[in-house]
Design a protein around this ligand. Structure first.
Ligand code: FA5
Length: 373
C-alpha cells in the first residue's frame, strides 16, 4: 500500500523508527519521479505547489497528520525525517527554478534566430524485412483455404519441444535438434530451451482446441548449427496443422501442392519422398523442381549449382500426424486424423528470390534490404 500523508502514521501501522525511515524514503522517491516531468515554469510551479503549498501541500499534511499526531517515542524520529526531506525538496526546487528560468530565457533568445523557412530533415522510410514479407505471402495463401494464424513462445519446455511430439529423452532425433538451454537458478523445477522448431505449437493448439483444427504458425526457431550459406543458429519456420474427423493423405498432398503452386507459380513440379519424423506417420520430405534450372539440372554454364544437377530442391518436412501425438493432447486417434508440415522460411525465400547466402537475412545491410522494398 502506498504511503499516505492524509492519515496518521499509527493509522498506517507504523510502529518503529525503521518504518518511519522507509516512509520518508518513499516520499523522496515520489518527489524524484515528479521532478522528471518538469519542463518549464508551469510544470515546476505545479510540483512546488504540491509539496510546499500552504493550504494542503504535502509538507503541511506531514506536519498535521504525521508529526503532530506521532506518539511520544517516534516524535523525534519523525521530526528528523521530515527535516531531512524538506531540506532535500526545498534545495532541489530552488535549483530547478533557476534551471527552468534560464532555459526559458535561452529559448526566448534563440527563438527569434530560428529560420522556420528551412526545409525539414527527411528521414528515410524503412520497409518490411523480406522474411516478414514471405510470412505474409504464406499467411495470405493459407487464409484463402480456411487456415488461421497462431503464434507461440520461443522459450519452450522440453516437454512441448520434444516429449509431447513423441521424441523421448534419448531419441537420436534430438542430436539434429540440439539447442540453447536457459541458465536457470539451482533448484528450478525444470529446464527451459529455445525452441528448435515451430512444432511445439501443434501440441499447444490441440491442448486448447477441439477438432477441427486448421492453423499455421509463423515464428523464429533456434538450433546449435554452425553458420554457413544455408544454416543459421536462428531461423524461421511456418508450421501447419490440420486435424479433423476425415482428413486423408489426399487432402494433405492437395493442400501442399496448392500452396507450392500459389507461392512459386503453376509451372513448378512437386514430389514427395519418404522421410522420418517421430511425430508424423507416414512422413515425407517435399521437393520442388529446381526454380533456377527449370528442373533440367543444367544451365548455360553447365551443371546447375543450386540443385547440384538433381533438378529437384528439398523444401520441407511433413506428414500425417502420428497417432501417438494425439495421446498427449487428449484426442481420440480412432476418431481424428490430420496432417502437419514445417517449412523453413529462410531457405524458401532464398529459393524464390535467388539469394545464395542465408546470412544476408541477418546482417542488416541496407544495400541488401533495399532490393526487397
Ligand atoms: C522440422 O523442424 C520439423 N518440425 C518439420 C515438420 C513439421 C515435419 C511438421 C513434420 C511435420 P527439419 O529439422 O527438417 O524439420 O527442419 C525444417 C526446415 O527448417 C528444413 O527443411 C530447413 O528448411 C529449415 N532448417 C533446418 N535447420 C536450419 C538451419 N540451421 N538454418 C536454416 N534453416 C534450417
Amino acid at each position: 500500500m502506498a504511503t499516505s500523508v492524509d492519515k496518521t502514521l499509527a493509522e498506517q501501522g507504523v510502529q518503529s523508527a525503521e518504518q518511519v525511515a522507509a516512509f520518508f524514503e518513499e516520499l523522496r522517491a515520489r518527489f524524484d519521479t515528479e521532478v522528471l516531468a518538469i519542463q518549464d515554469e508551469a510544470s515546476w510551479e505545479a510540483v512546488r505547489h504540491a509539496w510546499q503549498g500552504r493550504k494542503s501541500g504535502i509538507f503541511v499534511l506531514i506536519t498535521d497528520n504525521w508529526l503532530k499526531k506521532a506518539n511520544a517515542e517516534l516524535k523525534a524520529v519523525v521530526g528528523q525525517g521530515f527535516n531531512a526531506l524538506r531540506k532535500y525538496v526545498d534545495g532541489r526546487l530552488a535549483q530547478l527554478e533557476s534551471e527552468v528560468k534560464a532555459g526559458t530565457e535561452a529559448w526566448e533568445n534563440v527563438k527569434d534566430r530560428v529560420d522556420l523557412s528551412l526545409p525539414g530533415v527527411v528521414r528515410p522510410l524503412g520497409s518490411r524485412h523480406l522474411i516478414r514479407q514471405v510470412f505474409q505471402e504464406i499467411e495470405d495463401i493459407f487464409f484463402s483455404i480456411g487456415f488461421s494464424v497462431v503464434e507461440g513462445p520461443e522459450i519452450e519446455t522440453p516437454y512441448y519441444n520434444f516429449e509431447a511430439l513423441n521424441i523421448p529423452e534419448h531419441h537420436p532425433v534430438r542430436d539434429d535438434m540440439d539447442t540453447f538451454y536457459m541458465d536457470l537458478p539451482k533448484g528450478s523445477p525444470g529446464q527451459l530451451l529455445l525452441r528448435t522448431h515451430t512444432s511445439p505449437m501443434q501440441i499447444r493448439t490441440m491442448e486448447k482446441q477441439k477438432p477441427p483444427v486448421r492453423v499455421i504458425v509463423p515464428g523464429r526457431v533456434y538450433r546449435r548449427d554452425n553458420p554457413d550459406a544455408t544454416h543459421s543458429f536462428a531461423f524461421h519456420q511456418v508450421e501447419g496443422l490440420a486435424v479433423d474427423t476425415d482428413i486423408t493423405f489426399c487432402d494433405f498432398t492437395g493442400t501442399i501442392e496448392y500452396f507450392v503452386k500459389q507461392f512459386f507459380g503453376a509451372n513448378v513440379k512437386t514430389r514427395f519422398r519418404p522421410s522420418y519424423f517421430p511425430f508424423t506417420e507416414p512422413s515425407v520430405e517435399f521437393d520442388v523442381s529446381c526454380v533456377f534450372c527449370g528442373g533440367s539440372g543444367t544451365t548455360a554454364s553447365g551443371t546447375c549449382g543450386k540443385c547440384k544437377g538433381a533438378g529437384w530442391i528439398e523444401l520441407f518436412g511433413a506428414g500425417m500426424v502420428d497417432p501417438a501425438v494425439y495421446g498427449f493432447v487428449g484426442y481420440d486417434p480412432k476418431k481424428v486424423s490430420g496432417f502437419a508440415f514445417g517449412i523453413g522460411i529462410d531457405r524458401l525465400a532464398m529459393l524464390k528470390y535467388g539469394i545464395d547466402d542465408i546470412q544476408a537475412f541477418f546482417q542488416n545491410d541496407v544495400r541488401f534490404l533495399k532490393q526487397f522494398p
